[in-house]
Design a binder for this molecule. Sequence first.
Ligand code: NDP
Length: 292
Amino acid sequence: MSKVIDGKAFAAKLRARVAEKVGKLKSQQGVVPGLAVVLVGEDPASQVYVRNKGKQTLEVGMQSFEHKLPDTTSQDKLMQLIDQLNADEAVHGILVQLPLPKQIEEEAVINHINPDKDVDGFHLNNVGRLAIGEPGIVPCTPLGCIMMLKDALGDLSGLHAVVVGRSNIVGKPMAALLLQENCTVEITHSRTRNLQEECLRADILVAAVGRPEMIKGDWVKPGATVIDVGINRIDAGDGKTRLVGDVDYDSAAKVAGKITPVPGGVGPMTIACLLHNTLQQACRINGVEMPD
Ligand code: NDP
């Protein structure tokens, strides 16, 4: 049986490290990192995410600012709130929960955030920095994946990495991070021919597709490390639903060397990395070193 990469435990350790550094930043520099989360509308999944983010922000000793706006909010109104948060010295990270209602243009809103406070790493400035390998803010989900990969494998140099999915929030930044770690990177997507053959070449296989259990055990090279980003809710057959990844865990775990489960793999790392990014930006904005 393969070794499970325990994202829940890894995320708890990362949050504990962040909490320790937040404590030192407060006592040594008088700086308290602050994260503002903006939720527009009543989407139930988004409400759960925002609640969890607020709770974990407070738990690590940061300030949490929640802004809940009605579904009918205009783009101008949202931009005004972003202006206010950009100017607020107590706020070091701004996260606008996606998706936004259809009257609001997501790109315009994201690019209106001060790039130094864009803790999701979606602003064009940060996207460009990642593309050319300059320090910036890295999107939370791929950042969590690369942290877990380095912890599990050590040096990633020369490994063949296959990323399934090319979205701007997961697939593309994941590929850029793997390239920075000197992997040989292959990005695949819905038009890729012989996807199974491409996946079988991977020493590191990252699945970010949004198709429940698409990647089976016979798509995985023996001994490969499999990172499953997918979160899909499927019918469990008893009137209930259950969460599964983009990888068919049972068959893939028999072949893989290391594998992340769903739930309990990549998912918990995303908020932990958001807190890490907020701490990092509180230090940068205040011109102080990250505490040891
Ligand atoms: P998107 O829908 O934006 O992108 C999906 C990608 O998968 C696209 O590039 C698409 O290709 C590709 N794809 C779709 N079908 C196939 C197929 N049959 N064969 C090969 N490639 C295919 O999704 P996201 O990147 O936003 O999310 C991916 C998954 O990760 C989802 O399950 C999502 O819920 C999860 N997720 C989890 C997070 C976490 O915190 N753990 C955070 C973010 C996402 P093409 O470009 O050609 O259309």
